[in-house]
Design a protein around this ligand. Structure first.
Ligand code: SF4
Length: 275
């Protein structure tokens, strides 16, 4: 099987067999724009087929699999936004991993990057459990939501420019739908930092004229309908970054503690320890 049929019993599957499928970038724009709520939007995201190269890749990977996961069924579909429907903290990555999200059906789940990320989110009070292994595992985000700027796993982790543009309406509509409570946008890596900028603008955020450079701990002041919103940069917890020590657990915790504080969630490593 190359992908899980919508509504066939996969845990947390937002779609049903009746969910309309976008087959072109124009249809992405139309279906994102006409989605009335997050449930409808994430369902439509999760069945999208607008980028032929990415559809072929994600489904090939799901069919061939990696030896370690040979006995598993791969999701093989786009990875929809996931987490709190009224988040204070929004976490943005670039794209799911071929054997991570594309296998497990949940953003940042099933690879080493996700292991680092969820451990930090748990230490800082933003995730219920220290691990995220699979859709339906009981994990929950607490006042936070995660989205990928590009929703399908790309070859070599590199989406093409036209694929980023095709996926942008899904991201922009999701940012718009959750904007009212969001106070912090955390970007994991420089690509996410770049990719979220036009989506924030399209979603109605007020941004500085030019995008400041990305860095770990970088902060930018934005606003949404007059309410302040902080954008935070965070090095991506990729294997390369964690192996080389470019990003460490305390560095991740510092960013998410800051995010929780700005978001009014009061999470911190210290408070977790005290509890
Ligand atoms: S990358 Fe986005 S627009 Fe392209 S097929 Fe996947 S979900 Fe659709």
């Amino acid at each position: 099987m190359s992908s899980v049929p919508p509504g066939s019993g996969w845990p947390e599957d937002p779609a049903s067999p009746e969910t309309p499928v976008a087959g072109t970038p124009e249809e992405v724009r139309a279906l994102a724009g006409s989605s009335r709520d997050l449930g409808e939007l994430t369902a439509r995201q999760s069945v999208c087929r607008a980028c032929p190269r990415l559809v072929e890749w994600r489904e090939d990977v799901a069919r061939v699999k990696r030896r370690a996961f040979m006995d598993e069924t791969y999701w093989g579909r786009p990875i929809a936004g996931w987490g709190d429907d009224r988040p204070r903290v929004l976490i943005v990555g670039l794209a799911p991993a071929a054997h991570g999200g594309n296998r497990t059906g949940r953003v940042f789940t099933g690879d080493r990057s996700g292991d680092w990320l969820f451990a930090s989110l748990h230490r800082t009070g933003l995730a219920a459990l220290p691990t995220s292994t699979h859709a339906g595992d009981g994990q929950r985000l607490l006042g936070a939501r995660m989205v990928a700027a590009v929703r399908c796993a790309p070859p070599a982790n590199k989406p093409a420019v036209e694929e980023r543009e095709a996926c942008l309406p899904w991201l922009a509509r999701e940012l718009e739908m959750v904007a009212e409570p969001v106070r912090v946008v955390v970007c994991l890596g420089g690509y996410a930092w770049q990719a979220v900028w036009p989506a924030l603008r399209a979603a109605g955020y007020t941004l500085p004229r030019s995008r400041p450079p990305f860095g770990h701990g970088a902060e930018v002041e934005l606003s949404y309908r007059g309410a302040p919103v902080r954008m935070l940069g965070c090095y991506h917890p990729s294997q390369q970054n964690t192996f080389t020590g470019r990003v460490t657990a305390p560095m991740l915790d510092a960013v998410f503690t800051r995010a929780a504080d700005v978001g009014g969630l009061g999470g911190s490593v210290e408070s977790e320890v005290r509890h």
